[in-house]
Design a protein around this ligand. Structure first.
Ligand code: UTP
Length: 271
């Protein structure tokens, strides 16, 4: 069973400047709700019991968001606004399942994952990248079903425009296992169009094996001088760890770019 999820939140969010010059992007509202709340909802609905947020000192506001008790108590003692009361109650429940670890230098997603090494208990765990929101169908829940069926690692997958492959991790697929699930034989971080093995991209939902930590410890910086999670996954695949690409059915919103972020509120309001 997958019971733990990790969420890397320690990146700089430069593509959303100036919005992120002071505020962490994960607290920016999407259709009136801080982005991080959508990730928590997805985890809870997927049966996750513990969520580990990887933050940095610069993004301590994320922790504060869950622990601002005095403000809520002072307000609620004078005003019984049910909307605020319900949110505070929800916060109190959610924070019981949230742990925080720190990555103070943004050395890459792989380095962020390494910070959770001592906290991961089971053989597999879920990872969600919060820029990628998926609606209508709970992608994490579906991936956990795939993991349970095939006893393997799983990554969310989506076809992208061939001209945009250099923005993504791109898969090489070998075998169709079912309508939505494919065996992966390689994955390349942000390849150029000529070297891309396909137009199937990794989207920010992963079920990873605990054995990835030993690969991450030994990994040298790759693309952009960062420790990339994709490079560790590539190593695992080359050593016969079974990875499945799951073509998710939900609606994908890329909230990490300015255009995507602006569109996302409108798209969610239509759902
Ligand atoms: P990205 O590289 O896509 O986003 O990281 P970013 O660094 O936050 O933003 P830009 O590119 O400067 O606009 C994907 C996810 O991984 C986290 C980010 O917070 C984001 O949720 N991340 C990235 C880390 O936690 N640590 C890192 O060193 C890098």
């Amino acid at each position: 069973m997958i019971k733990q999820a990790i969420v890397p939140l320690a990146g700089l969010g430069t593509r959303l400047l100036p919005l992120t010059s002071v505020l962490p992007k994960e607290l920016l509202p999407i259709n009136g709700i801080p982005a991080i709340e959508y990730i928590i909802d997805e985890c809870v609905d997927a049966g996750i019991k513990e969520i580990i947020f990887i933050i940095s000192k610069k993004k301590n506001l994320i922790k504060k968001y869950f622990y601002h008790d005095k403000m809520y108590k002072d307000f609620l003692s004078k005003n019984k606004d049910p909307r605020v009361y319900n949110h505070y109650k929800r916060n109190l429940i959610n924070r019981k399942m949230i742990k925080f670890v720190y990555q103070n230098k943004p050395l890459g997603t792989g380095d962020a994952v390494l910070k959770t090494l001592k906290l991961i208990k089971d053989k597999y765990f879920l990872m969600l990248l919060p820029d990628d929101l998926i609606f209508k169908k709970n992608c994490s829940k579906e991936m956990i079903k795939v993991h349970n069926k095939y006893n393997s690692s799983v990554m969310a997958s989506m076809s992208v425009n061939k001209n945009s492959v250099s923005r993504w991790g791109i898969y090489k697929l070998t075998k169709k296992l079912s309508k939505l699930n494919f065996l992966i034989s390689d994955v390349v971080e942000k390849p150029n169009k000529k070297k891309a093995p396909s137009n199937k991209a990794v989207i920010g939902r992963y079920i990873l094996p605990k054995s990835i930590f030993s690969k991450l410890i030994a990994l040298k910086p790759g693309k952009n001088g960062e420790i990339n999670i994709t490079d560790a996954i590539r190593l695992l695949i080359s050593q016969n760890e079974k990875f499945i690409a799951h073509n998710f059915l939900g609606k994908y919103l890329d909230c990490g770019t300015m255009t995507g972020y602006i569109k996302s509120s409108f798209e969610i309001s239509k759902l």
